[in-house]
Design a protein around this ligand. Structure first.
Ligand SMILES: [Zn+2]
Length: 207
């Protein structure tokens, strides 16, 4: 289990989007993303099963294979927020090399053993959020609402509320921490000014 900062999660998700050739669009094409994961071998396969075969779950990741309820896959193709989330979530288990369900024991054991670790679920959800709603495509401004985020990226309202808190943190840090220019560039700008050249970029601006 590796822990990442908000910024690192964004970078990881952006790298995946880019690799899947979906970095230009605001909304991810989730079925296409899952198909791409299979083509590239990040998941062994994806399988749509009758809804009754996955009681109480919209999907699962087992033995390197993403399983989806057929109705969930179909709803994701129509852009249903929860279904889109499920498609990408199971794929993220493969992207993070998670083992997923390992046991098929009797009922009591199964409940204990097949429960995925909270860490794997946390990772898969964190990455899903960043893949579906990248900060750098949010046009985030203070005051942006969860509903606006939901509408922009096709997220559920619950997911958008969590994402809003993450966007606010990322925005604050991006603004609050001055990006220091290399000393050479600051010297160069100051020198140009001394010589009487009009320096279009003031030092305050470049910060
Ligand atoms: Zn999961």
């Amino acid at each position: 289990m590796t822990s990442h900062t908000d910024e690192q999660w964004e970078a990881i998700a952006n790298a995946w989007r880019k690799a899947a050739n979906q970095s230009d669009c605001v909304r991810l094409n989730a079925p296409e993303f899952v198909r791409w994961l299979k083509r590239e071998g990040y998941i062994k396969d994806y399988v749509c099963v009758p809804d009754g075969d996955l009681p109480g779950a919209s999907g699962k990741f087992e033995g390197g294979i993403a399983f989806y309820r057929r109705s969930v896959w179909e709803a994701a193709e129509e852009g249903d927020p929860h279904s889109v989330w499920t498609l990408v979530h199971e794929g993220c288990h493969g992207m993070r090399n998670h083992q997923g369900v390992r046991y098929r024991a009797h009922e009591v054991q199964r409940r204990v053993l097949s429960a995925r670790s909270g860490e794997e679920e946390f990772e898969a959800n964190r990455l899903t959020a960043c893949v579906l709603a990248p900060f750098d495509k949010a046009n985030f401004k203070p005051g942006m609402s969860a509903d606006e985020i939901a509408a922009r990226f096709g997220l559920s309202r619950e997911a958008a509320k969590l994402r809003l808190a993450e966007f606010e943190r990322l925005y604050r840090r991006q603004r609050g921490t001055p990006r220091l220019l290399p000393p050479g560039i600051i010297d160069f700008l100051a020198e140009q000014k001394r010589k009487g050249f009009k320096v279009a970029t003031t030092l305050a601006e470049v910060y």
